[in-house]
Design a protein around this ligand. Structure first.
Ligand SMILES: [Zn+2]
Ligand SMILES: [Zn+2]
Length: 298
């Protein structure tokens, strides 16, 4: 185990897509797996969401740890299928040596345990959740603030159908915000006291001065016009919100299944143009790539 602040925090992207996996030559540079991000910080192994990217991550963890036991925390933002569909294929859950702590919030219609188990019931999958040999503990969070080892974590309810949160992890090397599904909209276009305006203000405070913000930027402005209320953000609004909250590094995430690699290059270029004149750094979440937060000067 490394001492606090002495080793970098590493954020690695294993699934960056929203909706449904999109394998194939047109998405090979950005990646086709659904939401899954790995964080290594302060001696912890934390996974954000269990989309189809969890399968290759599980294989990598199994290869790295080999015969040694693994203890990890899996944070679930919500139980839409693109955020949980990788779990039945997560190799570390099949070893009795391993300890997997799954944290999330109660869903709109079902508790977290029931929903995770539901996708593994016999009509859909041959092995039940209860039959997985790993030590799996599913905890429904009751408080918006909690700890993962030495990392302080916070959750914030966001604007997305059903129950959905974003997470903020305060590592010794900086703060990471992860909001994979959220419909951001300009405050001046909303009724001042409406539910969406209240949520939007809360989200802006939640991400304030984050070192890294990984956020839903699924649509272009043109696409967003025909998807209002679907629960996903558009590029222009995301850049505006990140600037308003003085975020340092914005990572565009939850890419639309219909956007191929060339289209994504165009979205990144547009985002950078929108951020001209500010010191906001912007990148695209790409499968297999990492963002490193270096130790802060003592
Ligand atoms: Zn999603
Ligand atoms: Zn969703």
């Amino acid at each position: 185990m490394h001492e606090t602040g002495q080793s970098p925090a590493v954020i690695k992207f294993w699934g960056v897509r929203g909706g449904i996996p999109t394998p194939g030559p047109e998405t090979v540079r950005v990646g086709g797996n659904t939401s899954c991000v790995e964080i290594r910080a302060d001696g912890e192994l934390i996974i954000l969401d269990a989309g189809s990217g969890l399968r290759p991550l599980g294989r990598a963890i199994a290869a790295e740890f080999s015969e040694s036991p693994v203890s990890l925390t899996l944070l679930i933002t919500h139980t839409h299928w693109d955020h949980i569909q990788g779990f039945p294929f997560f190799v570390p859950a099949y070893s009795p040596r391993n300890h997997i702590r799954i944290l999330g919030f109660e869903g709109a219609r079902n508790d977290l345990q029931a929903t995770l188990a539901g996708q593994m019931e016999s009509p859909y999958f041959p092995i039940a959740l209860a039959q997985m040999p790993g030590n799996i503990v599913i905890e429904e969070l009751k408080s918006l603030r909690f700890e993962i080892g030495r990392i302080s974590a916070e959750a914030c309810h966001v604007n997305h159908p059903g129950v959905c949160v974003g997470y903020r992890l305060k590592t010794s090397n900086g703060s990471i915000c992860y909001i994979p599904d959220h419909e951001s909209a300009p405050l001046d276009a909303m009724e001042p006291d409406s539910v969406s305006a209240t949520i939007e203000k809360k989200v802006i405070e939640f991400i304030r001065e984050a070192d890294v913000l990984i956020i839903d930027s699924q649509y272009t402005t043109e696409e967003y016009r025909s998807h209002v209320g679907w629960g996903h953000g558009c590029l222009d609004d995301v850049v505006r919100v990140a600037r308003a909250a003085r975020v340092r590094h914005l990572v565009l995430f939850h890419h639309d299944p219909g956007h191929d690699d060339d289209f994504m290059d165009g979205m990144l270029a547009r985002a950078r143009t929108l951020a001209n004149g500010s010191d906001l750094h912007i990148s695209l979440a790409k499968e297999g790539e990492s963002v490193v937060l270096k130790p802060m000067p003592l």
